[in-house]
Design a protein around this ligand. Sequence first.
Ligand code: AMP
Ligand code: MG
Length: 496
Amino acid sequence: MTTAINASSAERNPVESDLKWVNSFAALGPDFYTALQPSPLPSPYWVGRSRALARELGLEDHWLESAEALAALTGNQQLPGSRPLASVYSGHQFGAWAGQLGDGRAISLGEIATARGAQEIQLKGAGRTPYSRMGDGRAVLRSSIREFLCSEAMHGLGIPTTRALCVTGSDALVRREELETAAVVTRTAPSFIRFGHFEHFSYSDQHAQLKTLADYVIDRFYPACRDAPQPYAALLEAVSERTAHLMAAWQAVGFCHGVMNTDNMSILGLSIDYGPFQFLDAFDPHHICNHSDTQGRYAYNKQPNTAYWNLFCLGQALLPLIDDQDQALAALESYKSVFPEVLQTRMRAKLGLVEAQPEDAALIESTFKLLASNKVDYTIFWRRLCSFTAQSGHEPVRDLFFDRESFNAWALQYSERIAPVDIGPRADLMLKNNPKFVLRNHLGEEAIRAAKLKDFSGVNTLLTLLQAPFDEHPGHERFADFPPDWAASIEISCSS
Ligand code: AMP
Ligand code: MG
């Protein structure tokens, strides 16, 4: 990695801005992080910007156009009032205790006050930290574009996620399987604290710090837990509930995360750390999106159980504060009841079942089975189903199935179920729950190939579509179409 700008220039040339820095994580003290400056990248350029997020953060439009913003968000100049740091965490990776990890390439600038509460700003790919281990502290353009687009896509889908403000690129080279160029994603969230942060302090017997961290999370994000008889068990229960909501949202939309290690699990129940993720094309419950996941530990249909396994790790990490194993186990129980309930609510909405009925679970189950046995395109099926009526035939949906007999039997069952409700309210509900556009691998790939040649129009087009994925966007049908044959050969690994 070559860099042309001296890191110490950062303090000498502060960038003017009226951001109001809170820096509450920094106030926890040095046991939780290492204070350090990002390592600059030479001659950065804009790759993509989410103006929607900028507005939510209260950033002026013209600021996000400025050379100052470009420099600051690449880590080349310090924003006055920010307190850059890399936090320490540990985690279980692929089922095994991995020991200390930490922000190996993400540098947090601190939190800014916004109308939606304090938001932490992180520069991912901003250089080495004490937690980089063998890594170079950088992120490549390819994975940065994927994280940027997927963050904003998830938000557009209404799924809890960390956000991404922008990607800046540089011609500086980074070695992965081949030489690639470096980029920085500026991402934001109320907090980037992971299950792994708790595991870190628990397993290193730093129980005072464990308590400080838990109190910080309760006070800022789960204030109701403070009044519970056992606040830390209440915290575990609240996190279990949020995680259950998140898993239901992922399963319903057909999202595979790919690396559900405990260091990639947000304590706020946000989707976090987009790596080898994938939105399903053809529905295959056993789909593995991470080329490095040879055992299929994080296959699509294993995600809900994996989340529970990860919550169990969090529960174990919190035991020094809860003190009563049964109470911790009881707190985890909420996951087991909330997840299926929320998933069913989401699937009912996708099916357009306005009111719940006892046999809905069986209908949902038979829908999943039929989609799997016919390997039907998951997104297209649901979107086409929005126009299904029992009276007018349903060729566009039927055409997706090679086993017509099974489809006809299912369609009969479905027609009877939806019969009492007019198409109007049903279609309204369905069109808000079945996106037309998702970030399929091949779409990301096309935008990345162009971006490598400095054509960022594909990134911008996708951003516009994915920020409003339930809208029709006439003229952009090809982005809602089946994947081309070459999509099946795209291999996404942890390398990023
Ligand atoms: P991930 O699989 O991306 O969630 O990363 C797992 C751990 O490896 C985290 O502690 C990351 O900060 C660290 N890491 C990943 N890539 C790099 C890199 N290029 N340089 C330094 N640390 C990295
Ligand atoms: Mg990670």
